[in-house]
Design a protein around this ligand. Structure first.
Ligand SMILES: Cc1cc2nc3c(=O)[nH]c(=O)nc-3n(C[C@H](O)[C@H](O)[C@H](O)COP(=O)(O)OP(=O)(O)OC[C@H]3O[C@@H](n4cnc5c(N)ncnc54)[C@H](O)[C@@H]3O)c2cc1C
Length: 302
């Protein structure tokens, strides 16, 4: 804890401070007091890199949205950072979502990442049908119309969303979601940059103009990433698996390797024109500051 205000918030500008690619960090709301300390320490360690925004995830179906709402408020108030609140619509009524959006508006939160979300595990089937919005697209349209001042972000899946095997249709849904009123998109993590550039090129061809920030997941805990990759539909390439299989029981080497690979990936993304980097920090301060240091002043400096 103890994060002090270091930046001013601007509603207009969250992406790409003059002269450098955009930089953003994603956090999740901690559940335990120990996790809370880690959360604030990590945030504090990353503030010197002057992120264009930080984003806070939320649970599905309104289950933990109250918790993340309070955290979003605190981060915004205590740091002055441009704070993006994730908001899922799955299973939620229009009234619940309106309350949440009103809360963010009153707190001065400038932007929302509008998501469908997944039905909470263990809930009876039908959560998707129970909510006011079946997909992110109508949710985006609703926010755009009812809360026009928010900047709106949406999720993108360069390898396709795990629920669909039809990439063309999935991309079409993405495009419609952007057309409903999104200002920017953040991708799911991926490890082959070609996947990202192919997706972006294809979106551009279809007329999607908004910045599509690549989501970066440093692999510092192989088991955890394996699990997340399965959940999120992000392929773990053979070369990456081979590299980690040898060191999977050595946390220090995994951290070192995760940093090296992420630096390589980020450098390639930025040199080839990605508009910025969005780091999934997992609330851990071990990797991301090292990656940014090693990327060096060519791109970012603290
Ligand atoms: C950067 C990022 C941040 C995230 N943050 C969170 C978070 O904070 N909390 C959380 O719970 N989850 C989060 N997620 C995960 C996300 O909620 C899940 O992937 C969820 O399954 C889909 O949400 P979406 O907004 O992408 O949905 P949608 O865009 O609605 O897409 C969901 C699926 O429905 C399909 N689809 C869309 N429209 C239609 C249509 N009209 N007809 C038929 N099919 C359609 C799509 O092709 C896709 O397969 C995040 C994902 C990313 C990439």
């Amino acid at each position: 804890m103890g994060v002090v205000s270091t930046m001013t918030t601007s509603r207009e500008q969250h992406a790409g401070q003059v002269g450098r690619p955009a930089l953003s960090f994603e956090f999740f709301p901690p559940r335990q007091p120990e996790g809370e300390r880690l959360f604030w320490n990590t945030l504090e360690a990353l503030i010197p890199y002057q992120p264009d925004f930080v984003s806070i995830t939320c649970g599905a179906g309104g289950s933990r949205q109250a918790g993340s709402g309070e955290l979003v408020r605190q981060v915004h108030e205590r740091t002055g950072l441009y704070t993006v609140a994730h908001l899922t619509c799955v299973g939620a009524s229009r009234a619940t979502l309106t309350d949440m959006l009103r809360f963010y508006q009153e707190c001065g939160i400038p932007a929302v990442l509008a998501l469908r979300g997944d039905p909470p595990r263990g809930e009876p089937p039908g959560a998707l049908e129970r909510g006011a919005f079946r997909y992110a697209e109508p949710f985006v349209a609703f926010i755009r119309e009812s809360f026009p001042d928010f900047r709106l972000g949406v999720a993108a899946y360069p390898e396709g969303h795990p629920e669909t095997s039809d990439l063309v249709r999935d991309q079409c849904h993405f495009q419609r979601k952007v057309e409903a009123g999104a200002d920017f998109a953040v991708t799911q993590f991926f490890f082959e940059n070609e996947v990202y550039f192919r997706f972006v090129a294809s979106c551009r061809k279809q007329g999607v103009q908004v910045p599509i920030y690549p989501g970066i997941m440093p692999v510092t805990d192989y088991k955890q990433i394996k699990r997340l990759s399965e959940l999120c539909g992000s392929a773990l390439p053979g070369w990456l698996t081979a590299r980690y299989e040898e060191i999977r029981d050595d946390p220090e080497r995994m951290l070192q390797t995760g940093v090296e690979l992420a630096v390589e990936q980020c450098r390639d993304l930025l040199r080839r024109g990605a508009p910025g980097l969005h780091f999934f920090t997992l609330n851990q301060s071990g990797a991301v500051p090292r990656i940014l240091r090693e990327l060096g002043s060519e791109f970012y400096s603290a």
